[in-house]
Design a binder for this molecule. Sequence first.
Ligand code: ADP
Ligand code: MG
Length: 254
Amino acid sequence: MTTTVSPLTNPATRESITMPEPHVAALAVQKSYRKGEHAVPVLHGVDISVRRGEFLSIIGQSGSGKSTLMHLIGLLDTPDVGEVQLEGQRIDDLPARTRDELRNRVFGFVFQFYHLLPELSLMENVLTPLMIRHSIWGYWQRRREFQERAKEMIDRVGLGHRLTHKPSELSGGEMQRAAIARALVARPEILLADEPTGNLDAKTGREIIDLISRLNEKERLTIIMVTHDKSIAAEAHRTVKLCEGRIESLTDAA
Ligand code: ADP
Ligand code: MG
């Protein structure tokens, strides 16, 4: 009988099998919230790393900290301990302004309840990330180009006939499509989708997932998606479960 040394543990070969650097990663992150006198721990040391072009889903019970984790990864909040890295560089401790710029440039967000601005038309809602990114003057100079880009994105999510509609005039599925167009108009590298189908019926939810999957395949967009629904989660390349503030792997990397 011969014994073979695992390539994973053999220092001679370790170099050649090193995985590509993660696109985005959370390393040993901990987060607590204050409730009166007490700190209530939510994340107890979460490790998660996502490759460029990967589509990862996160499942877990309500209250397990899925949204908290998404907020930390997307620089909407900061961890108490641990770090968030983009291409191996720490990003959670950057000065506020740099973080804001990075968030706007790198991440697109889709939420369960859409978070569209009710006073704005679909077109205006989709344009908001570009308005935020550019100065008033810079935006004004390039407004035609940006309007074209927004229109193209809206066409891609199948809402070209709804440009001037307000969110209240759209169905749930249409609002989520609009939110996806808004998330993508500024050409982010990473889409963070927090229960994007949580408020939709099964058929509409399936259409939204098909749209998200196509974006992943065609654009090689890195996607992290939180969902309650195991059949929705199964559309991703890999699923992890957040359980009592820690990550468990459910499926292997594709
Ligand atoms: P999930 O998305 O998995 O349902 P969350 O990340 O939203 O879970 O919340 C995890 C826990 O943290 C819950 O107990 C929730 O009540 C608490 N929590 C979340 N956000 C806050 C906050 N801003 N302040 C205080 N507690 C919070
Ligand atoms: Mg949540």
